[in-house]
Design a protein around this ligand. Structure first.
Ligand code: 4AD
Length: 460
């Protein structure tokens, strides 16, 4: 493509996909001789030049028409792809489209409440005085916000995580299930449930597929996974809690030890991370441009530490944490830093948690019931997974449920499932939005939820 010659005619056989006009510019050369469009399709943009020309059948009226198009309108463009040369230096510039025809498929409002370029500003741009938009404005006008290359990238990565998740688990003999989301009682204990009326019967939205994925194991499915929405009514106004998120869940029969579950996590997630790195370089680059971050450090063989070892590392660093309590956001972060310094990884498993801080269905350790066969998994010092071996003895399960203040009548069918014969088993739950947020080093989970639901947001 030399000397700005026509290199190809953009005449797709089928009707071209509509594209959005981002900014019809005022003509550069005289009032009506030329018009410019920046046309965007998914993550890519190209400038289209509409120049009055008898030879190309482009009239002054067409130039006028293009110049009055509103930003973000959908257009179809037909023209030639050209590689223009700079008049002075002779260097080739970026590809342009020399327009022959433009159709406005659907016009956008003249004044939009949010401009894509304002939503796409980096912190550095905003500090340099360019107009930006705050997070609430962007979430209020999410259909515009989602058009930025950053957001297109975030949701491609989210999709690749699910591709990796399914590919790896299906290869390992798991089957995908769908558990009910309308339940008679809470699945994780506690009061953080959305209550509703189910044809006159009290009901709630599932906080997780926990009870039913275990019941699938009782039904001899042996290895199951699920991808689905879960609901938490907790009033958590944090950067990492939503009221509705996508849960990735696994449940599996185990043969000897709960380490079989951790081994699966240790293989599955590096597989997913590699999948993202292999398929999403362009997307990662787009995200990094707006929100700079370092690539995630992870080891081919995932690091496992016991909770007691974690407490010891914190102690040696001068941080006190209760050996029979839970870690909080700060101690988790601190431990994440210590682990990165010592082991050069930002992805690791912490296991053998104190029983008191785990849900009622968690199996206590055989050698010390103060601890449990459970684990959490962290990326950059924040939790993305919690998992455990479950209690499969119905009497112990009933006793533990009562101790946690759960009305056992509401989970009777679940407990009874273990009376008909059930294998030792365990599994884990992952928050999809958290994985995307932490893999990309983002500071808020709302950025990784398509249309987020938090205690203050039910729209759009
Ligand atoms: O730690 P959680 O509550 O564990 C369970 O749901 C268990 N049934 C899992 C299991 O199989 N043992 O939730 C699992 C994961 C967390 O590690 C976190 O990544 C995510 O789900 N998560 C949330 N994500 C967004 N907003 C919230 N409010 C979340 N609560 C948990």
């Amino acid at each position: 493509a030399k000397n700005g010659k026509k290199v190809s005619t953009v005449k797709p056989k089928r009707r071209p996909k509509s594209k959005e006009v981002e900014r019809p510019s005022k003509g550069r050369s005289g009032p009506t001789k030329k018009g410019f469009l920046i046309v965007r399709q998914k993550g890519s943009k190209v400038q289209c030049v509409v120049a009055e020309s008898k030879e190309n059948h482009v009239s002054v009226d067409m130039v006028k028409f293009v110049r009055q198009l509103n930003r973000e309108s959908f257009v179809d463009v037909i023209g030639y792809v050209v590689l223009p040369k700079d008049h002075v230096t002779g260097a080739t510039q970026q590809v342009e489209i020399q327009v022959r025809k433009v159709y406005c498929v659907n016009s956008a409002l003249q004044m939009l409440p949010l401009y894509v370029e304002d939503a796409a500003r980096s912190e550095a741009d905003i500090q340099a005085g360019k107009p930006g938009a705050n997070q609430d404005t962007r979430l209020n006008f999410r259909v515009i916000d989602l058009r930025t290359p950053t957001n297109q990238g975030i949701f491609s990565i989210q999709s690749w995580i699910q591709i990796g998740w399914r590919e790896c688990l299906l290869r390992k003999g798991f089957i995908e299930i769908h558990s009910p989301k309308l339940l008679a009682g809470s699945s994780e204990g506690g009061s953080a449930v959305f209550r509703l009326d189910y044809k006159g019967q009290p009901a709630c939205l599932a906080q997780s597929p926990q009870l039913h994925k275990q019941m699938a194991i009782c039904a001899d499915f042996e290895r199951v996974f699920e991808v689905g929405a879960v609901y938490r009514a907790e009033d958590s106004f944090t950067h990492r809690h939503l009221c509705e998120f996508i849960g990735l869940d696994v449940e599996m029969a185990i043969h000897k030890h709960y380490s079989e579950i951790m081994d699966l996590v240790g293989e599955l997630f590096p597989f997913i991370f590699n999948k993202i790195n292999e398929n999403c370089q362009k997307e990662l680059e787009a995200i990094r441009k707006q929100y700079p971050f370092q690539p995630l450090k992870f080891l081919p063989k995932t690091l496992k530490l016991t909770f007691a070892e974690g407490i010891q590392m914190l102690k040696e660093a001068g941080v006190q944490a209760d050996p029979l309590g839970d870690l909080n956001t700060e101690t988790e972060r601190k431990l994440g830093e210590l682990v990165r310094e010592k082991y050069d990884t930002e992805f690791y498993i912490l296991h053998r948690y104190p029983s008191a801080v785990r849900p009622f269905y968690t199996m206590p350790c055989a050698d010390d019931p103060n601890y449990s066969n459970s684990f959490d998994v962290f990326i950059r010092g924040e939790e993305i997974i919690s998992g455990a071996q479950r209690v499969h003895d119905p009497e112990l399960l009933t006793e533990q449920a009562k101790r946690f203040g759960i009305d056992v009548e509401t989970i009777k069918t679940y407990i009874d499932s273990f009376r008909y014969g059930a294998p030792p088993h365990g599994g884990f739950g992952v928050g999809l939005e958290r994985v995307v947020m932490l893999f990309c080093g983002l500071n808020n989970i709302r950025k990784t939820s398509l249309f987020s639901r938090d205690p203050l947001r039910l729209a759009p």
